[in-house]
Design a protein around this ligand. Structure first.
Ligand SMILES: Nc1nc2c(c(=O)[nH]1)N[C@H]1C(S)=C(S)[C@@H](COP(=O)(O)OP(=O)(O)OC[C@H]3O[C@@H](n4cnc5c(=O)[nH]c(N)nc54)[C@H](O)[C@@H]3O)O[C@H]1N2
Ligand SMILES: Nc1nc2c(c(=O)[nH]1)N[C@H]1C(S)=C(S)[C@@H](COP(=O)(O)OP(=O)(O)OC[C@H]3O[C@@H](n4cnc5c(=O)[nH]c(N)nc54)[C@H](O)[C@@H]3O)O[C@H]1N2
Ligand SMILES: [Mo]
Length: 709
């Protein structure tokens, strides 16, 4: 989402810089954008379809690969039923216009309920809250960072992540600006992060207890609710008030580790501030009460009068409007719990099942067992809870195909790898991330390089497989052929054009000539500014009667579980520490560790441990520690620091490149250990099945050979 300026001489990139004329990112750039050159030129990046044979990997033609992949998927489903083929969609697919627009057709052609993605170990609780409260899974309220006077932030570290479900380039300047206009930034996190370091206040919180903290804040704010004009659009306030009555600050202080007077002070400041917004991200989503956390955050913003208001939380108005645009361009509103997963009975959301149970569905025999898997832009071996177990499951599959540019920890298990060209060889419009950005803008980037006639973009691979599957199933039909050819000619660009023309800045709003269009975006390479976020209620709500539902039944019922947790007082076992993850500015989940430039400097795959806990374990700075959980064991060097709360240890995810048989020369030299060899697939948010990465109980001891430094 950051505008960049790339200079090319004689077909080679000579510089990549932030585009100072970009109205959204204003010249900001992060190291991962500079790495685009290295990814493009990476000799390890696959340029041809690959087939695994008895004698190793072989290059094959696209025709051969696509024909055989489609045939194997078709035959698997014919022999074992539709559900026997599963799909897993990874994170980069959401950053790829072609994947986003063409994956639905491919999934439809497969027709399997075994659909999985990174969503259920990330933002699923946000979708659930938006679906149940506002009527659409993508109506996610975005903090109005550029105008708020008080930001209460939980479980997010935008200085490393550049913000998420609040896309925000140059976040440091934007947070400083809050302080410069007399406002405050408060960070709640078990680790004193880079973001916490520039905040006005940082509160340590015991992992997994944020729902208690939020309820207590709500308890205080509800003493004088200020719904203002939202009062008439809102239902369920009394139910929320009755629930919150059980969670006064004094009752949750012990469990959360946040003193009651601190909670009360924060709640008062939040309520008193002219404008305020509460925002919580991955750290509060990927925990046992992720759904409740996101519901409580929205509720807090609403009852304090900060919802749909400048300086509070607002819905965006993106140019390609997947929420309120014309029907053909819309994405689904979401649906919840229409069916359950076969083995563990976890609920579907929007047709997807929780990825924490993918391995169970592969390993457990019986009707509906998964026998083949398609991954698109994902590395589940390193990214999913108990990835080690999933890895074993992958090796038992009859068939596996991966759309991916690398031979990595996951794709090495495939029978075919189908690699798309590099990001600089395709066009891009951020269909999804404009929906979550702190300002309304639009930008289209044409491909910088021509990938050549033998390359196939993700969207074309998906469409070609879809077509072959349909032909295998129904035979070659004229209508099918015509639809295939027409959609192929339209491509992502054609769909984008329709989306822009029919969107909120399109023909209807601005007339044919003034309409935002693909050609208008081509003429404005720096991007088009569509203004700050603005109030949009009740019009933008997608619930029946356009009302906000403050007390949806699934959340209300789930509070029982929270009460039980509080009563049972989550005391860690003797000698146990709680493990959390972390992100670094120069990491990008699991897949950019093959870029030499990003891997210089100190080792980042280290276990942060509090000095008291280190002492108890006999560990010194730089010692190797053995970390054990129910799921597995890894060995990593430690960093002793009071940056983490006592009782908590932190390890980044996305490492663990030491597995054999990959083609990642640089990453292998910085292998590290995989956090997800420790995380536990049994730990989920029981409400929605989202992975609960935060607060995994672990034991930490000194590795036998390690000398104390
Ligand atoms: N313990 C722990 N685990 C976590 C997290 C955590 O905080 N803690 N975070 C979770 C989150 S939020 C996420 S989103 C997931 C990410 O989980 P995944 O999406 O499974 O993992 P990535 O590391 O993003 O892997 C992306 C893959 O896509 C490939 N790729 C890159 N670009 C493209 C492209 O344009 N097309 C195609 N076809 N492939 C491409 C890469 O080579 C790589 O193999 O990890 C989750 N895992
Ligand atoms: N550089 C970089 N940027 C990225 C990514 C990346 O891998 N690298 N990944 C991208 C993706 S896929 C995503 S989803 C976003 C995520 O964006 P963010 O959510 O901003 O990312 P994190 O840095 O994982 O921040 C999560 C924070 O939650 C804290 N935390 C852990 N457990 C708890 C808890 O129980 N309670 C509270 N209150 N806090 C807790 C952690 O200490 C951490 O600081 O980042 C995106 N941007
Ligand atoms: Mo993510």
């Amino acid at each position: 989402m950051c505008g960049i300026r790339i200079e090319v001489e004689g077909g080679r990139i000579t510089s990549i810089r932030g585009d100072t004329e970009d109205p959204f990112s204003r010249g900001h750039i992060c190291p991962k954008a500079v790495a685009l050159k290295d990814l493009h030129e990476d000799p390890d990046r696959l340029r041809h379809p690959m087939k695994r044979t008895a004698s190793g990997w072989e290059q094959v033609s696209w025709e051969e690969a696509l024909d055989e992949v489609a045939r194997r998927l078709y035959e698997t489903q014919r022999a074992h039923g539709r559900e026997s083929v599963a799909t897993y969609l990874g994170n980069p697919g959401s950053h790829n216009m072609g994947v986003l627009l063409f994956v639905p057709g491919f999934l439809r052609a497969l027709g399997s309920r075994n659909k999985y993605s990174a969503t259920s170990m990330d933002q699923l609780p946000h979708h659930l809250a938006s679906h149940l409260m506002f009527g659409h899974q993508l109506l996610i309220p975005i903090p109005d960072l550029d105008h708020t006077q008080y930001l209460l932030m939980l479980g997010a570290n935008p200085l490393a992540s550049n913000g998420s479900l609040m896309t925000v380039p140059d976040v440091r300047t934007r947070l400083r600006a809050i302080q410069q206009r007399g406002g405050k930034v408060v960070v709640v996190d078990p680790r004193r992060t880079e973001t916490a370091n520039i905040a006005d206040e940082h509160l340590f919180i015991r992992p997994g207890t944020d729902a208690l903290f939020l309820f207590a804040v709500l308890h205080e704010v509800l003493k004088a609710p200020r719904l203002g004009r939202l009062e008439e659009m809102t239902e369920g306030l009394e139910t929320v008030r009755a629930l919150a009555a059980d969670f006064p600050p004094e009752r949750v202080a012990g469990a959360t580790g946040v003193p009651a007077e601190t909670i009360r002070r924060v709640a008062e400041a939040f309520a008193r501030s002219e404008t305020a917004v509460c925002y919580g991200r991955v750290g509060v989503s990927t925990q046992a009460f992720g759904g409740l956390c996101q519901w409580l955050i929205n509720t807090l913003n609403i009852v304090s009068g900060n919802f749909d208001r400048v300086g509070g939380a607002l819905f965006t108005r993106p140019a390609f409007d997947v929420v309120g645009g014309v029907r053909a361009m819309r994405m689904g509103r979401g649906a919840f719990g229409r069916w359950k997963s076969r083995v563990r009975g976890l609920p579907e959301f929007s047709g997807e099942l929780p990825v924490a149970t993918l391995a169970d569905e592969i390993l457990t025999q019986g009707e509906g067992q998964i026998r083949a898997l398609v991954t698109v832009a994902g590395n589940p071996v390193l990214s999913t809870p108990n990835g080690g177990r999933l890895e074993q499951a992958l090796s038992s599959l009859d068939f596996m195909v991966c759309l991916d540019p690398y031979l990595n920890e996951t794709t090495r298990h495939a029978h075919f790898i189908l690699p798309p060209p590099s990001a600089l060889e395709r066009s891009q419009y951020d269909v999804v991330f404009h929906v979550f950005a702190v300002r309304n803008t639009a930008r289209y980037a044409p491909p910088l390089f021509d990938p050549g006639p033998r390359a196939m973009h993700d969207w074309r691979i998906l469409q070609a497989l879809q077509h072959r599957l349909e032909v295998l199933r129904k035979g070659r039909r004229l209508r099918g052929e015509l639809a295939f050819q027409a959609l192929r000619r339209l491509g992502p660009e054609g769909i984008l054009e329709v989306g822009l023309r029919t969107g909120p800045y399109g023909v209807r709003a601005r007339g044919l000539r003034g309409s935002l269009s693909l050609s208008a975006l081509r003429r404005a390479p720096h991007g088009v500014d569509l203004g700050p976020l603005k109030p949009s209620l009740p019009g933008r709500l997608q619930t029946k009667d356009r009302r906000i539902l403050l007390a949806p039944a699934p959340f209300v019922e789930d509070v029982k579980r929270l009460r039980e947790m509080l009563e049972g007082a989550v005391v860690p076992g003797q000698g146990e520490l709680l493990l959390i993850g972390r992100r670094h500015l120069r990491d990008n989940n699991s897949w950019m560790h093959n870029v030499p430039k990003l891997m210089t400097g100190k080792t980042r795959c280290t276990l942060m441990i509090h000095p008291e806990d280190a002492k108890a374990a006999g560990l010194g700075e730089g010692d190797e520690a053995v970390v054990t959980s129910r799921a597995g064991e890894v060995s990593v060097p430690v960093v002793v620091t009071d940056e983490v709360m006592q009782g908590v240890v932190s390890l980044p995810h996305g490492y663990g490149h030491g597995r054999k048989g990959t083609r990642l020369k640089v990453a292998v030299e910085h292998a590290g250990a995989s956090l997800n060899d420790l995380t536990d697939e049994q730990r989920v948010d029981a409400l929605c099945g989202n992975a609960a990465f935060s607060g995994v109980p672990v034991r930490v001891v000194r590795a036998p050979a390690s000398r104390s430094g």
